[in-house]
Design a protein around this ligand. Structure first.
Ligand SMILES: CCCCCCCCCCCCCCCC(=O)SCCNC(=O)CCNC(=O)[C@H](O)C(C)(C)COP(=O)(O)OP(=O)(O)OC[C@H]1O[C@@H](n2cnc3c(N)ncnc32)[C@H](O)[C@@H]1OP(=O)(O)O
Length: 210
């Protein structure tokens, strides 16, 4: 294994990655269900205590073998990259919705997502930090121009036009302009009635990546 600016070259073969993803993807999806079920359950406390014992047993089983730190962003020489722990798109991260981003072309992307009880801020509405999180990520991937370069968020501006309802939502992002190592991206998230939050960000290609 070797590291480039935090990106880790890890020679796991593609068929082995498929096998791992086929097991851990559904596991993370079940944990997402668990998060939602824990928030919305109305079973009596005695039932919740029994559930706790079962969850603790599952945690113990998974802790039997662990990587020393976070999952990182990895790639192999077969051209595959994976970021299973990412907070927005991580296949193995139950905190991530996960967002499935469609890159229409370099610098233009969109995504559909259904946010449930785990993302609530004001009653029935998405937490403002959660919309910022999703927007930051889709904008970052868009700035990366079809994954041909690394960009970091420099400045992010959010305009919250109206509350974002929990439920089905759409995100859109596009590169507005570029100047040297700076990439301006505009984006929005919204429901069927239109955008609820509009964002503008300056993404920087770091000096170390040029
Ligand atoms: C090939 C393999 C492909 C793989 C492809 C994988 C892609 C996978 C996509 C994942 C997508 C993730 C999407 C989430 C995106 C995050 O969440 S990133 C995490 C949050 N952001 C950070 O942690 C960034 C922290 N800050 C930094 O690391 C550094 O300050 C930066 C932003 C890289 C800039 O450092 P630097 O390169 O030393 O910049 P520097 O030379 O000082 O300035 C360059 C220019 O940028 C301007 N600038 C610098 N900082 C800022 C700023 N904060 N705001 C505005 N302008 C700024 C300067 O004024 C300067 O402008 P000019 O003078 O050229 O006009």
């Amino acid at each position: 294994m070797s590291e480039f600016g935090g990106f880790i070259q890890d020679e796991v073969a593609n068929d082995e990655l498929d096998r791992i993803e086929a097991a851990y993807g559904p596991l993370a999806a079940a944990v997402r269900e668990l998060v939602d079920a824990t928030i919305r359950s109305t079973v009596p406390p005695e039932e919740a205590a029994l559930a706790l014992a079962e969850v603790e047993a599952v945690v113990k089983r998974l802790r039997a073998q662990q990587m020393p730190g976070p999952a990182g962003v990895r790639f192999n020489s077969e051209g595959r990259a994976w970021n299973w722990g990412n907070a927005v798109v991580g296949l193995r991260n139950a905190i991530a919705p996960p967002l499935e981003i469609v890159h229409v072309r370099s610098g233009l992307a969109h995504a559909n997502v259904d946010l449930g009880a785990a993302y609530e801020g004001p009653p029935g509405l998405v937490h403002g930090g959660a919309t910022a999180l999703l927007l930051d990520h889709i904008m970052g991937e868009t700035a990366a121009a079809a994954f041909t370069r690394v960009t970091f968020t420099g400045t992010l501006t959010m305009v919250y036009r109206r509350g974002t309802p929990l439920g089905p939502l759409r995100l859109d992002a596009r590169i507005d302009r570029e100047e040297g190592r700076k990439v301006w991206v505009v984006a929005s998230i919204g429901d069927e009635e239109g955008p609820t939050v509009e964002a503008e960000g300056i993404f920087i290609i770091p000096r170390w990546a040029t």
